[in-house]
Design a protein around this ligand. Structure first.
Ligand code: NOJ
Length: 869
């Protein structure tokens, strides 16, 4: 894990100040926001809060602090393990990665990655994959699933972890995230939406003694309209946990940024669950508590973990006894954690962990991070796969995005003679799990690397798929054109190429997470392989497994390159899902979740990777709202393939659109509902005895505990009367407030989510093959408004069932008040910039193929010869 890297960085290096803010460019601010709003004020959580607060009122100080932090790095079976409060029936809670399946375990499903899910544009599949994943986490005894990832958003095409999320658009990302959460939590697992926020680059993300983590400098409007959007939707779906990012926002580290946690997340978005740090991202004890952090993971200090040092646990007990942290802050954190536990029904027959993330052996140390640990059974090899391979395969298949298909080269005919090239077509010969956390790119690329990976239970490779079709093929397992392939006139050549990325603690082929040296090129000389095959064969199909955009220019227009498919990151189901498309059992129906450029210079320079800077690396989001297609439109650049592009074996026409006003608009939303009641917490400091070590407790060295030695606890209690006080930050207060106008329910003011317009559109299969259509809805703000807006912005989408040739279906889409608003920085609210104005509501199969325009003025729709871009 990252810990070893941290250790090597930190030894012998003089400390950089992390307690002081380092200046950021003018105009980017991280103001104070205190106190942490108490949770429990939305009706949908009140019963769980009632149960949780009853319990909390009966817990001792040490029982409470034991719940708010992990027991230490490698101190349990899961990647994170909280302390317990067994006297009141609360076990240790197990936290485990990751967004595409249960990391470091067996008998699980390695689902397609988030980016693949995004490419399906299928809300039902997004939900069903979430349910299947939830069932697996529950079956293995995980209380808290560390996914989905909706940040990074994909601002930087080379960013290492974009593939864990659903695409470079806030609305696609929001549906992917929210529907995953709903699926995961439907079976009682607490989902964790991560990473709040703007962790758009891997390298330099973490604070260490040597250097502070990078500061993502983001203005308030951009934050609201892009990066926060998916988090708002996840909160609206009732997500139980949120993980803070490693980096800073506007100079203040996310894990102790009071504006972000107290202000935006807990007050404006009305988040009722609990907030955890990313692993070793907590930088302080008191400051992080006051800023709204509820759980420290894995519990150790970030500087040198594994020595039994912690900012919370025993230190939290001390900070309560000496009066630095108000008691209600601790009680609110514990109540939030337990409320999430009750909200998901985990008090009723929830399984205990039956796997171990640290080893594949059946037996091992119970606390591998301790020098001396008791041993026991740690892996019980419980099979949780059920029939989840089916939904995994469906996602992998329906994500496959056909970018180009000329001369009818696809689908293949049953008797095609195939020559297959590229090591990406077959499993890693060293073993499908030979690289820890998939930290290599060898063989079929089914996922990126890092904590967002899982071990494959098996990998159905494209070659396996061809074998099971008894196809007539020869496979050349090499990334250069062999001299013995003997091209014959009737041959179809299929070339497999890939591009990988991952998390920063592993460097693969000189890429430290981000695609630092690979750039946006294919790996392993993929361009040359395609060129050489294209020179030798007259019918070439290129299949790309990729984490994100790659440059296709070196070969895309060569005369023999007839078809190009993106199979994204299919997980374990790479083979048959692809065969179903290649052989035409099913028409491709995936669409790009990002734009494919013609050159990296198409992007604004501000989205390049930030390289080493002395002091705190500054990453300033000067492009504002203009990322991905929003930028391409503003800069008038035609990409190689537009956001949302995707062909089928058939064609679709959109017609008979209608737009119906539902809730009348006003410039600002109606006033928010007042906060409901929250639990009453004692403010009295508990007696020091509540934090004394229990007698004869068998301590494990380095394990993190909530207790203090008696003299130590007594001294802390006596310090309450000391004249030395904790240096509270400017703006610090303990008085609960009514909350901002933009809040009012989970996700924000509920009126923001009122449907303003409902749309219907008929989609007709105008070709000859059956297929599924995707309707994408983009909004164009009225001309002449005083605020700058991107030309078009995705706001909704819908995928049809399979339509036979000639068949039609009606699809429903909707626009909310928020969809038609901009974030007004001065008013600190969502404002409809022109209530009477004519919004263009465009519907079509891709951002560059919008031919149906509905207008809000007159509520009429028409078909146009030209789209808005
Ligand atoms: C760090 C990663 O950023 C996060 O996504 C993950 O959940 C934790 N490590 C735990 O592995």
């Amino acid at each position: 894990m990252f810990s070893l890297i941290l250790l090597s960085v930190s030894s012998g290096v003089a400390g950089a100040a992390v307690d002081k803010r380092i200046p950021v460019p003018a105009g980017y601010v991280a103001p104070s926001y205190y106190p942490t709003p108490h949770g429990g004020w939305t009706p949908d959580w009140s019963e769980s809060y009632h149960k949780a607060s009853l319990l909390v009122s009966n817990m001792t100080l040490a029982e409470k602090t034991n719940i708010t932090a992990g027991s230490g790095l490698f101190m349990g079976r899961c990647v994170g393990n909280t302390g317990s409060a067994l006297r009141v029936g609360i076990p240790q809670l197990c936290l485990q990665d990751g967004p595409l399946g249960l990391r470091n375990s067996d008998h699980i499903t390695a689902f397609p990655a988030g980016i693949t899910v995004g490419a399906t544009w299928d809300k039902d599949l997004m939900f069903r994959r979430g349910v299947a994943m939830g069932e697996e986490f529950r079956g293995k005894g995980v209380n808290i699933h560390l996914g989905p990832s909706v940040g990074p958003l994909g601002r930087k095409p080379r960013g290492g972890r974009n593939w864990e999320g659903f695409g470079s658009d806030p609305v696609l990302q929001a549906f992917g995230g929210a529907l995953s959460i709903e699926g995961i939590q439907s079976v009682g697992v607490i989902a964790t939406m991560k990473h709040l926020i703007a962790n758009e680059q891997e390298q330099y993300r973490m604070y260490s003694l040597a250097q502070p983590g990078m500061s993502s400098n983001v203005d308030d409007r951009t934050l609201h309209e892009l990066y926060l959007w998916p988090f708002a939707e996840g909160v609206r779906s009732g997500v139980g946990a949120v993980m803070m990012a490693y980096n800073a926002i506007n100079g203040s580290a996310c894990s102790q940024n009071s504006y972000l946690i107290n202000g935006i997340l807990k007050d404006e978005l009305g988040f009722q669950g609990f907030v955890m740090s990313d692993w070793l991202a907590q930088l302080s004890g008191v400051a992080s508590a006051l800023s709204g952090l509820d759980m420290s993971m894995p519990g150790d200090v970030y500087i040198i973990p594994l020595l039994g040092n912690t900012y919370w646990m025993s230190e939290y007990s001390r900070s309560i006894l000496n009066g630095s942290i108000p008691v209600d802050r601790l009680d609110d954190s514990v109540t939030r954690i337990l409320a999430a536990y009750f909200q998901m029904g985990q008090d009723r027959n929830y399984p205990r962990p039956n796997f171990d993330t640290n080893t594949q052996d059946a037996e091992g140390p119970l606390y591998p991070g301790a020098l001396i640990s008791p041993r026991g059974i740690v892996n019980e090899f419980v099979n949780v796969q059920a029939n989840h391979a089916e939904v995994a395969r469906e996602v992998a298949r329906d994500a496959i995005t056909l970018l180009k298909n000329i001369n009818g080269s696809l689908p293949l005919s049953r008797n095609s003679t195939l020559k297959i090239f590229g090591t990406d077509a077959e499993k890693n010969p060293d073993g499908i799990n030979s690289c820890a956390d998939q930290g290599c790119n060898k063989g079929t690329l089914g996922m990126g690397w890092g904590s967002g990976s899982a071990r494959y239970p098996y990998l159905d490779s494209p070659i396996d798929g061809l074998k099971s079709r008894s196809a007539n093929f020869r496979f050349f397992n090499t990334d250069s054109l062999p001299s013995n392939s003997n091209p014959a006139p009737g041959d179809t050549a299929i070339v497999f190429v890939s591009a990988d990325s991952g998390e920063n603690y592993i460097t693969v082929e000189n890429n430290p997470g981000d695609r630092t040296s690979a750039n946006l090129n294919l790996w392993h000389n993929g361009d040359k392989l395609v060129q050489d095959v294209a020179a030798a064969y007259s019918n070439v199909i290129v299949v790309v497994h990729t984490v994100g955009p790659v440059l296709l220019e070196a070969w895309h227009d060569l005369p023999s390159v007839n078809a190009v498919l993106f199979a994204h990151l299919p997980g374990q189901e790479a083979g048959d899902s692809l065969m179903q498309i290649l052989y035409g059992d099913v028409s491709p129906s995936g669409h790009l979740p990002y734009t494919i450029p013609t050159s990296e210079s198409n992007y604004p320079s501000s989205v390049s990777l930030v390289s080493f800077q002395v002091g705190q690396p500054q990453d300033t989001f000067t492009e504002g709202l203009y990322i991905d297609y929003r930028h391409f439109h503003a800069a008038n650049i035609t990409p190689r393939y537009a956001f949302g592009h995707g062909l089928s074996y058939t064609t679709f026409a959109f017609s008979n659109a209608t737009i119906t006003p539902v809730t009348p608009l006003t410039a600002t939303p109606p006033p928010r509902p007042a906060k409901g009641s929250t639990p009453t917490y004692y403010t009295t400091i508990p007696p020091a005895s509540e934090a004394y070590w229990p007698a004869n407790f068998p301590r494990i060295w380095r394990y993190l505990y909530p207790w203090l030695e008696k003299p130590d606890a007594d001294r802390a209690a006596a310090a309450v009367n000391s004249s030395t006080k904790y240096p509270y930050p400017p703006g610090y207060s303990t008085t609960q407030t009514a909350g901002p106008a933009s809040g009012g329910a989970q996700g924000g003011n509920p009126a923001l989510f009122n449907t303003a317009y409902r749309l219907t559109v008929t989609v007709t299969n105008t070709g000859t093959a059956p297929g599924k259509a995707v309707a994408q809805l983009y909004v164009q703000f009225p001309a002449g408004i005083p605020v700058d807006t991107p030309t078009i912005q995705l706001r909704d989408f819908a995928k049809s069932a399979t339509l036979a040739a000639g068949e039609s279906a009606a699809l429903e889409l909707r626009l909310t008040r928020k969809d038609l608003s901009v974030w007004d920085v001065a008013a600190q609210n969502w404002v409809v910039p022109d209530v009477q104005g004519d919004y263009g509501v465009w519907v079509g199969g891709s951002s560059d193929a919008l031919r149906v325009r509905c207008g809000t003025v007159g509520a009429a729709c028409e078909e146009r010869g030209e789209g808005p871009v």
